[in-house]
Design a protein around this ligand. Structure first.
Ligand SMILES: *[C@@H]1O[C@H](CO)[C@@H](O)[C@H](O)[C@H]1NC(C)=O
Ligand SMILES: *[C@@H]1O[C@H](CO)[C@@H](O)[C@H](O)[C@H]1NC(C)=O
Ligand SMILES: *[C@@H]1O[C@H](CO)[C@@H](O)[C@H](O)[C@H]1NC(C)=O
Ligand SMILES: *[C@@H]1O[C@H](CO)[C@@H](O)[C@H](O)[C@H]1NC(C)=O
Ligand SMILES: *[C@@H]1O[C@H](CO)[C@@H](O)[C@H](O)[C@H]1NC(C)=O
Length: 355
């Protein structure tokens, strides 16, 4: 009896204990779940998304032949700080350097890392090594688009973007930026432009905002009624043209690359060959001096499907040389105008950027 009672009591105590334990764990579970949910909603989900795309926010910068305290050094530092401030996504920097510039770049990056809690991901690439891997492209382009062929690797710098798909072997998409840029808006807006790429689009570039290509195409335009080199009109001026609303050419301060598409493109492999470049140059009596952007401009006219035209707000150039000294005072503003929201300012030809 006593024993039974004891067992009975014990079972009650145990039941209560089990119940309590059960309640406690449910409560605890629920609590941790809701905490987890809250945490997830606020932190984990966007981070998970970001991590999936992490490798995809590739920004390439060229930082070579740098002298300490030079304008390039100043621009580089400003741009890195600026990008950290305006980016809502984790960026991967890929910086092309020579031996000496690498030391300067590293010290600038250390300063920035020291000043922020943001995790900066960066990789250095040696220009000498890269130059070797794109030598065929450089050889095909240099005779047509360089004002005066220079040293082995200064030429490579001008045409590096055309071989980025070989250099950035494991990347699917990337953006190359000049160092004289300032972002007024989130750099993510630029990456979102990839969504506007059409089937078969390889590159994204914004228009050149000066009449330089009208100038270069002068003799072609005297013989042919073409929109190539014309400033952009709101209405179609010539139906049936690849660019019926005019075509100012492209500026290479900001370039988007679908690298996987470029690697797969037979048409691209063809068009970067010397014979193709030579044929295009011949056709348009084109004598350039602006390196890769001359090539993109010709491709933009001959193979418009390869290039997505970003609006001018993504590369708002500020250089007014063609108005002030280039002799195009009368029509300069037709080329220079930009009605779109400014995302990126470009202080080209050493123009100071007033933020
Ligand atoms: C961001 O902006 C502030 C103020 O404009 C500036 O002081 C800072 O150096 C910038 N860079 C970073 C990485 O925070
Ligand atoms: C970071 O800044 C602090 C204070 O200005 C300085 O003492 C330290 O040496 C810096 N570290 C690096 C890695 O630059
Ligand atoms: C994309 O272009 C390729 C080659 O021009 C063509 O074969 C394919 O059908 C196109 N796909 C779509 C969805 O338009
Ligand atoms: C060029 O073509 C447009 C329409 O295609 C025409 O209106 C214009 O008169 C032409 N200009 C010349 C100089 O032939
Ligand atoms: C890049 O091109 C590939 C085809 O090679 C396509 O599958 C992919 O969607 C493209 N990506 C972008 C961002 O346009």
């Amino acid at each position: 009896m006593c024993r039974l009672r004891f067992l009975f009591n014990l079972s009650i105590v145990l039941t209560i204990l089990v119940l309590l334990f059960y309640l406690f764990t449910i409560y605890d579970n629920d609590n941790s779940k809701s905490q987890l949910r809250l945490f997830k909603a606020e932190n984990v989900e966007p981070m998970e998304k970001a991590i999936k795309l992490d490798n995809d926010y590739n920004l390439w910068l060229i930082f070579t032949k740098v002298i300490d305290k030079s304008p390039l050094m100043y621009n580089f530092n400003n741009l890195l700080n600026n990008l950290m401030n305006v980016s809502s996504v984790p960026l991967n920097f890929h910086i092309i350097v020579d031996e000496h510039s690498r030391i300067l770049a590293q010290s600038e990056i250390n300063k920035i890392i020291n000043a922020t809690s943001i995790n900066v991901q960066y990789t250095f690439y040696d220009i000498q090594t890269l130059a070797a891997s794109i030598q065929d492209i450089v050889n095909a382009m240099t005779p047509f688009f360089s004002s005066r062929p220079g040293t082995y690797y200064s030429d490579a710098l001008f045409y590096l973007s055309l071989g980025l798909h070989r250099i950035a072997k494991t990347q699917n998409r990337a953006i190359i930026l000049d160092c004289d840029l300032h972002f007024k808006e989130d750099v993510l807006l630029l990456f979102k432009e990839f969504d506007n790429f059409g089937n078969g689009t390889l590159f994204g570039l914004a228009p050149e905002l000066s009449p330089v290509y009208r100038h270069i195409l002068y003799s072609f335009k005297q013989k042919h009624n073409s929109t190539f080199g014309d400033f952009y009109h709101d209405k179609e001026v010539k139906a049936g043209e690849p660019h019926p609303k005019g075509f100012q050419g492209y500026n290479s301060g900001v370039i988007l690359f679908n690298l996987s598409a470029i690697r797969k493109s037979e048409a691209y492999r063809e068009i970067i060959k010397k014979e193709s470049v030579s044929a295009m140059v011949e056709k348009f009596k084109f004598r350039g001096h602006l390196g890769d952007q001359d090539f993109y401009t010709l491709v933009g006219y001959e193979r418009p499907e390869m290039i997505h035209t970003l609006n001018c707000g993504f590369n708002r150039q500020l250089c007014t040389w063609w108005r002030d000294r280039g002799g195009y005072n009368d029509i300069f503003n037709d080329y220079f105008k930009c009605k779109h929201k400014i995302v990126v300012l470009h202080g080209n030809c050493n123009t100071r950027i007033l933020k």
